[in-house]
Design a protein. Structure first.
Lengths: 417, 299
């Protein structure tokens, strides 16, 4: 037999063996877990391995980028092959809950010793409740704060931002921090930075995005338009990079590479900034500015939920995992590891010690919060709004005109829900 | 005796017939399951207002089509797609043809060149797009920094679609070249020798011998490339971010289909867009089939 033939046979043999399923561990269950944030992956992995050590149930974590995550989940839901346990977001939760895609956790929660709804913010439960039933356990809460580059403030001879700042102060400082040659800008708020960006300005000005009954857009409200005109002012003053630049690089990248002095970012970005040498050395955090007229300082907030698939094969084990992830122990660990703030009341203090930034600012933002506006078709109207806002950045339409267009298209979509 | 012979012949014919079908069966099944059935399902779906997760579809007749024909975004996407095709198809064919002719002779390092030119074809489109995205980056990109210019290659509404087409050309050249090379090798050397005696060399021989004799391959590449270019999606999806001001002037029909079907979860409208693309592709292909009689020579 020639060497070629012999190796071919060996290879073929190997392939057959490796194609056979391996039952070495008996009937052990492995739960598939899906998330979208790669920055949180290491921390989540650690928590999952604690769970495996405790219960013997194995987990397999996969991270899929935000955009593809929802495509994957949609296909999985339709084809009956959702991951066993996964993150849910307020943008999409209602569609999944109203179509019975998520495991009903109501009875399990009422019997559980680890999960007591009173220990988590009520609004977050609200995102994952449908017809009085619970479909996910709160994973985290997030608030917004202002990040600034100390080195740039020093260079411009400016005082660092404080908790007493107003949005006007931000605009003034941004002007002084912007260099004429385009090598440095004062501020970056992209057209699609709603939750961490302009939503906060709208709410602290007394405006709103969506009515309580989710039937009416608040974009044409006079207070909303007034708040958005502050953003228009920044665009016109040229204190922000062009939309082209912000779109090609992203606010976070521009901030991390020392191109902009201030950005508005959610607490979930900590993991990204903590890992960056430049931001660790030069940057810090302060509470969001106040509205000079109302005196209000508001953070739009949101929280993810851990959900399980209704169609899963191992729903019992999946519930065990969700229960563990929502338990005080896992929530505390999540905060300690600096993954995100945790939903469980009182566990987030550990998070503020997880990095050398003034993370207390994010916790202080919890004093006045508004839940991130949502309805059944959030994604559709939100994307369309960002598309319309582009026109303001490129100077084609005024902010007032854009707000009216946004209200119109949003009302149309809300009527169809 | 004669009787048995003819019997044997039919037996063999039958077995050939059976084996023939058996051999194409896997492809046929694949085609039917993965292509043909979905085509009809898509057409069917385009008459519905689809519910969440494929449940609760409501029949709406032609209303999706009425909406498509009145939708400026769709027509802009069609223009974008055609712009892309108009750059990608001719350039990828012309450059690949020249390269194929140059590499179709005995020369040092021929297979090295062929491999290098074919390599982009092997790379994953997503990876290709990411690399080009950085090359084209207006602030930190290599192109702008080397040439000391500031052009918004992929974020200016006027030029972004052409920049994407450049990436398309770059990634498809190798594949076209290989097809042309195989076509060139089928042209007998005698023609060139005869032409040389008559005094036709170089460029003359290229236009009067190579092109006509290569025309079946050229035609094949043209038809498949036009269809491929009309279906462009991955490059645009990877290069043009959602917040990019050039998006509305670059998104193709398939991109819109993706947006409606998988982001906005409006499968019915997404299907309608893709049916429109199917119709346009078929019309263009029919015209090409008619046109080929004028310029394609089959020996």
């Amino acid at each position: 037999m020639s060497l070629k033939k012999a190796s071919a046979i060996v290879l073929a043999g190997l392939m057959t063996v490796s194609a056979l399923p391996v039952y070495a561990e008996g009937s052990d269950v492995t739960l598939s877990v899906s998330i979208w944030d790669s920055y949180q992956e290491p921390g989540i992995k650690e928590i999952l391995s604690d769970f495996t050590a405790k219960t013997g149930i194995k987990t397999e974590l996969s991270v899929v980028k935000w955009d593809e995550y929802w495509t994957m989940l949609e296909a999985g839901a339709q084809g009956g092959s959702l991951p066993d346990v996964f993150w849910m977001h307020s943008n999409e939760s209602e569609r999944y809950m109203s179509n019975d895609m998520l495991l009903d956790l109501t009875d399990k929660i009422s019997e559980s010793e680890a999960i007591d709804p009173a220990n988590y913010p009520e609004d977050i439960w609200g995102l994952y409740t449908y017809d009085g039933k619970y479909y996910a356990v709160p994973k985290d809460v997030d608030t917004i704060a202002l990040w600034y580059n100390k080195a740039m403030f020093d260079e411009a001879g400016l005082e660092y931002p404080t908790a007493d700042w107003t949005w006007e102060d931000v605009g003034e400082a941004a002007k002084k921090l912007t260099k004429e040659d385009g090598s440095q800008y004062g501020l970056a708020v992209r057209n699609d930075n709603n939750q961490a960006g302009y939503y906060n300005m709208v709410y602290d000005n007394g405006g709103y995005i969506i009515s309580e009954d989710k039937k009416q857009s608040g974009w044409d409200d006079a207070k909303t338009i007034e708040a958005m005109q502050v953003l228009e002012g920044w665009i016109k003053d040229g204190v922000m990079p062009s939309l082209e630049t912000m779109s090609e690089n992203g606010e976070d990248v521009l901030f991390q590479s020392g191109k902009v002095a201030m950005v508005l970012q959610g607490s979930w970005m900590l993991a990204a900034y903590k890992g960056n040498e430049y931001t660790s050395a030069n940057c810090d955090i302060v509470e969001l500015p106040k509205n000079s007229q109302t005196g209000r300082r508001t953070s739009v907030y949101n929280g993810l939920g851990w959900a399980a698939a209704a169609s899963g094969e191992h729903t019992e084990e999946a519930w065990q995992l969700v229960e563990y992830l929502g338990s005080k122990e896992a929530q505390e660990k999540q905060a300690q590891l600096g993954v995100t703030m945790s939903a469980y009341t009182g566990t987030s203090d550990a998070w503020s010690q997880s990095a050398d930034f003034n993370l207390q600012a994010y916790l202080n933002m919890m004093e006045d919060m508004e839940i991130r506006p949502y309805s059944k078709s959030t994604v559709t109207w939100e994307n369309e709004n960002s598309e319309i806002l582009k026109g303001v950045y490129t100077g084609d339409i005024s902010m007032e005109e854009a707000c009216k267009q946004m209200a119109e298209q949003m009302n149309e979509k809300l009527a169809e829900e | 005796m004669a009787n048995t012979k003819s019997k044997a012949k039919t037996g063999r014919q039958r077995s050939e017939f059976l084996w023939g079908w058996l051999f194409i069966l896997p492809t046929t099944i694949g085609l039917v399951v993965l292509n043909i059935i979905p085509i009809f399902q898509t057409i069917y779906q385009s008459f519905f207002k689809t519910g969440d997760f494929g449940k609760g579809n409501i029949f709406v007749g032609l209303s999706n089509y009425e909406k498509v024909f009145g939708d400026k975004e769709v027509w802009q996407a069609l223009i974008n797609t055609l712009k892309y095709a108009i750059v990608e198809v001719p350039f990828s064919i012309a450059i690949a043809l020249v390269l194929a002719v140059l590499l179709n002779r005995k020369m040092k390092g021929r297979s090295v060149y062929r491999t290098i030119i074919f390599l982009p074809m092997v790379a994953a489109p997503a990876a290709v797009a990411m690399v080009w995205r950085w090359l084209f980056n207006s602030d930190f990109g290599l192109i702008n920094n080397v040439f000391k210019v500031h052009v918004n290659w992929v974020s200016s509404p006027q030029i972004a679609v052409f920049s994407v087409a450049v990436i398309g050309v770059w990634s498809i050249i190798g594949y076209n070249m290989v097809l042309f090379l195989s076509g060139l090798q089928e042209i007998p050397r005698d023609y060139y020798e005869a032409a040389e005696i008559d005094g036709a060399t170089g460029v003359n021989a290229f236009f009067h011998i190579t092109i006509p004799l290569l025309s079946p391959t050229l035609f094949f590449v043209l038809v498949t490339r036009v269809i491929g270019a009309l279906q462009v999606f991955d490059l645009i999806y990877m290069v043009i971010d959602k917040s990019n001001p050039a998006l509305s002037k670059t998104q193709s029909l398939v991109y819109l289909f993706y947006k409606y079907s998988f982001v906005n979860k409006n499968m019915g409208y997404g299907s309608t867009i893709v049916v429109l693309l199917l119709a346009i592709t078929m019309i263009i292909t029919v015209f090409q089939m008619i046109g080929q009689k004028k310029w394609v020579f089959y020996n």
